[in-house]
Design a protein around this ligand. Structure first.
Ligand code: UGA
Length: 422
């Protein structure tokens, strides 16, 4: 927002976080974010505070509050409603509150009643950014959705003004009601999760039948009705969004009495979790004695992120450690966050150091650093040359030519060849 020319004050109840941001320190790894923070500080358009009083005087108030999964699977809305309650006293008639948080359908209408009691109005404007590409996705979104009260042309005009530079670039925008705007977000995530689980279900079939999942995905993706994106088979989806959003969506559908409509999402989740089981099973098949050292490359739920929330990679690493294996992990950005919750694992900065003495290597996050690893260098330090590529990211032929046995998800497991050395 500051880069678009607005004067922005970011408020967070966490004083340390607000202070770090004011110093230009991003609280998580996100490519490009430190540069944007520095630019905002330099132009004087971006400031931070932990005191909501500093929101007074702003005409537009974005709600970007987390809605984590609660105990029942439904979204925990307590942080969001606390923030709204604290914001109410600083709102002025004519202000616009813009909801960005991912919420169960029906919540915006409840917040609107609170906001309107101050003479301000509410727009629901979901974001579709991906971690690791947050800046590009924010400044060049595929579409913009404004959920407003019927006939609230003032809210639309204010949002148009906020986003004027983006709209000038021709980004499509859609004006709708609150419920539709809320649903666009969760429905999009549910669709993406379904697409991933679809290809992972095909990977199960490919493993059993000897088909090649990557060629299958390429051929399917040539059909523009299907498309190749989000059709990468592997260890499945994780992170702070897709898993909790589909669970929250199912919980909300149950509340609305239409739980059956989303029954398939249970299977989407089932396929997703089975991929983790499969990798654990493959690893234990390689090390039936359940002892020895394994190198785990990747802990973040996806590359270009240090996020380990619901990370398939960290889950597999922890399960292998629980089976008795010595797990030595390496992730370009997520080691410290993983260490905080999983001190039982060993961590190395350099992936080659993690491979030293390993009887098995697993690639669990598709960082480009791992795809670029030299299989000969890895082979020189490993105890045994077996690698499980759970993300389809290494050049299997190259690794095989360097003497490695390569096990890839979505492919039949290669026969074990005993090498007799004279
Ligand atoms: C997701 C959505 O893509 C965003 O549009 C949405 O705004 C965001 O959630 C959110 O709700 O805030 P994100 O969680 O950052 O974004 O990450 P994705 O790129 O969607 O990846 C999610 C998971 O799916 C990762 O674990 C990734 O490895 C996995 N994935 C993705 C696959 O296994 N295969 C694929 O083909 C694509």
């Amino acid at each position: 927002m500051a880069s678009l020319g607005h004067d922005v004050i970011g408020i967070d109840v966490d004083e340390k976080k607000a202070a770090a941001l004011a110093r230009g320190e991003a609280p998580f790894f996100e490519p490009g974010l430190p540069e944007f923070l520095a630019a905002g500080a330099h132009t004087g358009r971006l400031a931070f505070s932990s005191d909501v009083e500093h929101a007074r005087g702003s005409s537009v108030h974005f709600l970007a509050i987390g809605t984590p999964q609660g105990v029942s699977g439904a979204a925990d809305l307590s942080y969001l409603f606390t923030a709204v309650t604290e914001l109410l006293p600083v709102l002025r008639p004519g202000n616009l509150v813009v909801g960005k948080s991912t919420v169960p359908v029906g919540v915006a209408a409840q917040i609107a009643v609170l906001v309107e009691s101050t003479g301000a109005s509410l727009a629901w404007n979901p974001e579709f950014l991906r971690e690791g590409r947050a800046i590009k996705d924010t400044l060049e979104p595929d579409r913009m959705v404004y959920g407003v009260r019927e006939g609230d042309t003032a809210a639309v005009a204010m949002l148009d003004e906020v986003y004027a530079p983006l709209l000038a670039g021709g980004i499509p925008r859609m004006i709708t009601d609150y419920a539709t705007a809320e649903l666009v977000k969760v429905a999009a995530n549910a669709f993406l999760a379904t697409k991933i689980s679809f290809i992972n279900a095909m990977a199960e079939i490919a493993e059993a039948s000897g088909a090649d999942i990557d060629q299958l995905a390429d051929a399917l993706g040539q059909d523009p009705r299907i498309g190749r994106r989000f059709l990468n088979a592997g260890l499945g989806f994780g992170g702070g969004c897709l898993p909790k959003d589909i669970r929250g969506f199912m919980a909300r559908a149950d509340e609305l009495g239409v739980g059956e409509s989303l029954g398939f999402l249970r299977e989407v989740e089932g396929v997703n979790l089975r991929r983790r089981d499969r990798v654990v099973e493959l690893a234990l098949d390689e090390l039936p004695s359940r002892s020895g050292r394994v190198a785990v490359l990747g802990l973040a739920f996806k590359p270009d992120s240090d996020d380990v929330r619901d990370s398939p990679a960290l889950d597999v690493a922890a399960r292998l450690a629980a089976e008795g294996l010595d797990v030595v992990a390496s992730d370009p950005e997520a080691n410290e966050k993983a260490r905080a919750s999983h001190p039982q694992l060993e961590y190395r900065v350099d992936p080659l150091d993690a491979i030293v003495g390993a009887e098995l290597v697993l690639v669990l996050t598709e960082w480009r650093q791992f795809a670029a690893l030299d299989p000969r260098a890895a082979g020189a330090v490993a105890r045994q040359r077996t690698i499980i590529d759970a993300r389809g990211c290494i050049d299997a032929d190259l690794w095989r030519s360097a003497g490695w046995r390569v096990i890839s998800l979505g492919h039949a497991v290669p026969a074990r060849v005993t090498q007799l050395v004279a």
